[in-house]
Design a protein. Structure first.
Lengths: 155, 150
């Protein structure tokens, strides 16, 4: 018990930021005067600093700084779309925005990938590739036309 | 330019014309949204819908522009260490009436929808507070309290 009290006194002594130097020696060869009030204030400051640290934006992972900018480029970037990163589907609707099931006997949807390039005479040529597109169910259970193949997108 | 999904006609014109009176076409495609407050999943795939009214006698064009997006995330608490994720998002779309022409019902397309790569690149940079700023602010508070006592 006595040891615990001594330890507590040591902690109270060490924790006090407001120790006042003096020029004579007290018990235990201490040369600063520590008070219980000073230890109390020091302890409260430590608690406050811990609270401020653990409630900071860094620890809570909130209020990020966000910078947004738009750049205009000469060469349009290329995209490679697959079923994992892009979905594409179509539906027919009327004036009341009621969607209709697609009737394949009335019309068809074709999807083409068209790649443009300059030939040796600097004239624009195009490569047209037909892609597969079929009837499928979307996430809401409606029957739509959906893309099956992957494709490239470029300027 | 990417793809040209074409709604074309077939079978008899009368049935087709009846079917397409006051009808339009929805085009649903993937569009990425950015939720900067979501620490773990800031890039969220969603769906964007463009639409165009159809006319069995006229061919129309819908242009959809997709832009590249460079997303930099910096959540290293000690140093600046941005991680790049390349993705895309919808830029804009328009209906090109200048190219609207009367269609030959037996062969022509009623609607042509073009996806284009946009000539703009969007950049987002998200960074979180670093430990040096946190410790600096704590030191400021400590100094304020410490010297206010003396």
């Amino acid at each position: 018990m006595e040891n615990i009290l001594k330890l507590f006194q040591i902690v109270l002594y060490e924790i006090d930021f407001f120790k006042t130097p003096f020029y004579f020696t007290l018990n235990h060869s201490r040369n600063k005067l520590s008070t219980r009030l000073g230890s109390f204030f020091s302890f409260m400051i430590i608690i406050l600093l811990f609270y401020l640290f653990f409630s900071s934006d860094m620890v809570l992972k909130q209020n990020p700084a966000v910078v947004s900018q738009t750049k205009t480029v000469g060469n349009r970037p290329e995209f490679s779309f697959t079923n994992s990163n892009f979905s594409l589907n179509f539906q027919i609707f009327d004036k009341q925005f009621k969607s209709y099931e697609i009737n394949p006997s009335l019309f068809k949807i074709y999807i083409h990938e068209i790649l443009l390039y300059y030939d040796e005479n600097q004239t624009i040529q195009e490569i047209v590739t037909e892609k597969n597109f079929s009837l499928c169910k979307n996430s809401m259970g409606q029957i739509t036309y959906c893309m099956e193949d992957s494709f490239m997108l470029e300027g | 330019m990417l793809c040209d999904p074409t709604v074309s006609v077939s079978e008899d014109d009368l049935t087709m014309e009846e079917y397409f009176i006051d009808k339009g076409i929805f085009v649903n495609y993937t569009d990425n949204n950015f939720d900067f407050d979501d620490y773990y999943n800031p890039i969220q795939a969603s769906s964007y819908m463009d639409s165009m009214w159809l006319d069995p006698n006229t061919s129309k064009y819908l242009n959809i522009f997709i832009k590249k997006t460079d997303y930099y995330d910096d959540f290293n608490p000690f140093f600046s260490d941005p991680q790049l994720t390349e993705t895309f998002e919808r830029d804009y779309s328009n209906i090109d009436f200048s190219k609207a022409v009367m269609v030959n019902r037996s062969s022509a397309a009623m609607a042509e929808i073009f996806f284009w790569s946009s000539n703009t690149i969007q950049q987002y940079k998200r960074s979180y507070q670093k430990i040096d700023k946190v410790l600096g602010s704590l030191a400021g508070v400590f100094n304020l309290l410490f010297f206010s006592v003396f």
